[in-house]
Design a protein around this ligand. Structure first.
Ligand SMILES: Cc1ncc(COP(=O)(O)O)c(CN[C@@H](CS)C(=O)O)c1O
Length: 408
């Protein structure tokens, strides 16, 4: 079957030529942020050289060109998520802002004291803390969906958690700490059967597999551009049109209004601009569109298949390391591996392996409740992308063996 041409892919990433402490960079922290292809980098240069202007307002050529490029990305994101309508795509800074938008614009208008929100134990803090803030301010109740010893969401417990007060399920599509891929279509069906909505945090799914929000029947879906080979500062919230239309704005300012008057009050813009107050990160949004075009040019299925091969190779090599324990052993995982090593602190491993040019992440990965449940306060985490290779994984594991020898 078709396989990804990793040499061709790597040629698009100038940063991969870098040396770190004299060693070739081995970048395995893609769950934190992915690297940026030259086509995306060039977008910034082109924008600021040729058509930088504020959007939606000016009636001049540059403003028209900037607006067309910005709104062109809305169509690119619509297609990427297979949303029905372009107006169902709201640009945000990223996943965190998207989730906060839902919590504040939908949550405050629709949740009242005693209403229940189901959140899984494997959530990232950006899909926990906004709901905790609402719980403090509105008196809503957060219930935690447990996971089993593999880091797989407990579906039976999920079903049992629903009551007539359950209004929303907030879950990630893929765990950034353990790599678990959740059956979001099934989770959505169960939520809807109980008249609850579902928000899906897609930050770690968007880079690894095709997303179809209509097939999933997601009510809200969020992702960040910088994890899908795009820039920081641009991401998107998908929301069903009927839900977005019924939501009040969450930030006030220019762009999100139709008319403003001290006498007759203010009327708000239609969706999605109602949720895009002020001057946005124009170049970043345009670059996000270019990143998604780059991904589609390679093919997400091909990227996902390649990462599965890398995950299998890395898992095979890591399980052979003496004293190493992998956390997160779901049968259905994305390219993320968390592990601990007996007798060695994760942070020490991360610092020392960096001296050999290898970039992994160590710590709690903004998933403290999950790690605490598994009895650790930190793990080492390697996460893969389209430009990684089996040879890089071998260099990583050989370096890991060396470093473990030093710290033990
Ligand atoms: C599942 C999940 N959900 C939300 C976020 C937040 O994305 P932002 O672009 O920062 O808003 C992230 C980002 N996780 C990074 C930084 S903590 C990681 O190293 O795993 C995520 O993985």
């Amino acid at each position: 079957e078709l396989t990804l041409d990793v040499v061709k892919v790597r040629a698009d990433f100038p940063i991969l030529e870098r040396k770190v402490h004299g060693y070739p960079l081995i970048y395995l922290d893609n769950a934190a942020t992915s690297q940026t292809p030259r086509q995306v980098i060039a977008t910034f240069d082109d924008y600021y050289r040729r058509y930088n202007a504020n959007i939606h307002r000016g009636l001049h050529t540059l403003a028209d060109e900037a607006t067309a490029a910005y709104e062109g990305t809305r169509e690119t994101v619509r297609a990427f998520l297979n949303a029905r309508e372009r107006r169902e795509i709201v640009f945000t800074r990223g996943t965190t802002e998207a989730i906060n938008l839902v919590a504040n614009a939908w949550g405050r208008a629709n949740l009242k004291a005693g209403d229940e929100v189901l959140v899984s134990l494997m959530e990232h803090h950006s899909n926990i803390v906004p709901w905790q803030l609402l719980a403090e301010q509105l008196g809503i109740v957060i219930k935690v969906i447990p996971v089993d010893e593999r880091g797989v969401l407990d579906l039976d417990a999920y079903r049992d958690l629903f009551t007539e007060r359950t209004r929303l399920v907030a879950v990630n599509h893929v765990s950034n700490a353990f790599g678990t891929i959740n059956p979001v279509k099934e989770l959505a069906g169960i939520a809807h059967a109980h008249d609850a909505l579902i928000l899906i945090d897609g930050a770690q799914a968007a880079p690894h597999e095709p997303i179809d929000v209509q097939d999933i029947d997601a009510d809200f879906y969020a992702f960040s551009g910088h994890k899908v080979y795009g820039p920081t500062g641009a991401g998107a919230l998908y929301g069903k049109a009927a839900l977005l239309e019924a939501m009040p704005p969450w930030q006030g300012g220019g762009e999100m209004i139709k008319t403003v008057s001290f006498d007759t009050g203010t009327s708000f813009a239609d969706i999605p601009h109602r949720f895009e107050a002020g001057t946005p990160a124009i170049a970043e949004v345009i670059a996000l569109g270019k990143a998604l075009e780059w991904v589609s040019g390679i093919g997400l299925e091909l990227i996902g298949g390649w990462e599965q091969q890398l995950l299998a190779h890395a898992t095979e090599r890591l399980v052979a390391v003496d004293g190493l324990r992998i956390l997160g052993t779901a049968p259905h995982k994305a390219g993320v591996i968390s592990f601990v090593v007996d007798g060695a602190h994760s942070q020490d491993i991360g610092l020392l392996i960096d001296q050999l040019g290898v970039a992994i992440r160590t710590g709690h990965h903004c998933a403290q409740p999950l790690l605490t449940h598994f009895g650790v306060d930190a793990t080492c985490r390697a996460s893969f992308a389209a430009y990684n290779t089996p040879e890089e994984i071998d260099i990583f594991v050989d370096a890991l063996e060396r470093v473990i020898g030093m710290v033990r």
